[in-house]
Design a protein around this ligand. Structure first.
Ligand SMILES: Nc1ncnc2c1ncn2[C@@H]1O[C@H](COP(=O)(O)OP(=O)(O)OP(=O)(O)O)[C@@H](O)[C@H]1O
Ligand SMILES: [Mg+2]
Length: 284
């Protein structure tokens, strides 16, 4: 079936990329940089990261650490460098200087985008990438790791454990009642959840979510906060958001970025009282 809508085109692109990345993952020994080492309870370690675009420092000696299982929010004004930071973590942008480690041993600055994805860092972009004319269930099936899909083709139908896994993810993203619904007919919020479900099918250790509740209703935003809180522990999450009610509902530690560096960090109530944070962000 040829993709027709913009969303479907994006989905096809994402699926192709996954396929290609996993193909590379299967053939390259470089893609096996070892197990994720969480022995110091740190899943992400950024130190003095600098990224320049034509002399402009989008990131300026940025240092930040995320613990295993942590749910971290990142806030800050437009242009502060939040998305650029995610680009560095996923290997899309190479830093000019600084260190970036996934666990104790994986040097993200020396890994390719496919290696990083394969190692367990999943990213959700704002643009949805779902197959609109496939059901919610089928979308999750398509997102399953390729090695599992190869195994499936040998047995013609889904294995029980795979069905169970898809059912479990559907429950988590509150789409169990909509499993057989065409994805294109879901609400905006449900489509976003479906995409998060597709990420979860890849079993990432660290999830990066850039403005995940943009365009959602208040109700959907609340449900999304519950979902993220339930994912923490088993996964680590880094969530960039401008919606303060959402950030408050997540309840985790908050990092405030400004001009490419960390301006403040701590509980939301604490950073909200920080005069420097009020000056650059909250007071406007
Ligand atoms: N590829 C690029 N080339 C040149 N400049 C860039 C590039 N990517 C980002 N920038 C610039 O770097 C700065 C940081 O951008 P970034 O997108 O990381 O900010 P942000 O914190 O995500 O902002 P927002 O809240 O608006 O999403 C901005 O000034 C932006 O214009
Ligand atoms: Mg951004």
């Amino acid at each position: 079936m040829m993709p027709v809508t913009e969303t479907e085109r994006a989905a096809a692109e994402a699926a192709n990329q996954r396929e290609q990345w996993e193909g590379e993952a299967a053939t390259s020994h470089l893609l096996r940089p070892g197990e994720l080492d969480l022995s110091h309870n740190v899943i992400l370690y950024l130190e003095d990261i600098t990224v320049s675009f034509d002399g402009f420092r989008a990131l300026n000696q940025l240092s930040l650490t995320i613990d295993a299982g942590e749910l971290r929010c990142v806030i800050g004004p437009n242009g502060a460098g939040k998305t650029t930071m995610m680009d560095v973590i996923t290997g899309k942008t190479r830093p000019d200087a600084g260190q970036a480690f996934f666990g104790q041993t994986m040097d993200l600055t020396r890994m390719s985008e496919p290696q990083i994805a394969h190692a367990g860092i999943g990213r959700k972009f704002q643009k949805p990438t779902i197959f609109e004319r496939h059901t919610a269930f089928e979308n999750l099936e398509l997102a399953m790791k390729a090695d599992k899909r190869v195994r499936r083709s040998l047995f013609a139908s889904l294995m029980d454990d795979e069905r169970d896994r898809i059912a479990e993810v559907l429950r988590r993203i509150r789409l169990d009642a909509h499993a057989d619904r065409e994805a294109g007919l879901l609400s905006h919020g449900q489509k976003q959840w479906l995409e998060i479900g597709m990420l979860l099918m890849q079993e990432p250790k660290l999830l990066l979510l850039d403005e995940p509740v943009a365009g959602m209703t208040d109700e959907e935003t609340e449900r999304t906060a519950e979902l993220f809180v339930s994912l923490a522990g088993e996964h680590s999450l880094m969530v960039v958001e401008h919606d303060m009610a959402f950030v408050e509902a997540l309840g985790g530690k908050v990092t405030v970025l400004s001009e490419g560096s960390v301006l403040a960090e701590g509980a939301l109530a604490t950073v909200q009282d920080d005069p420097r944070v009020i000056e650059v962000y909250l007071g406007r």
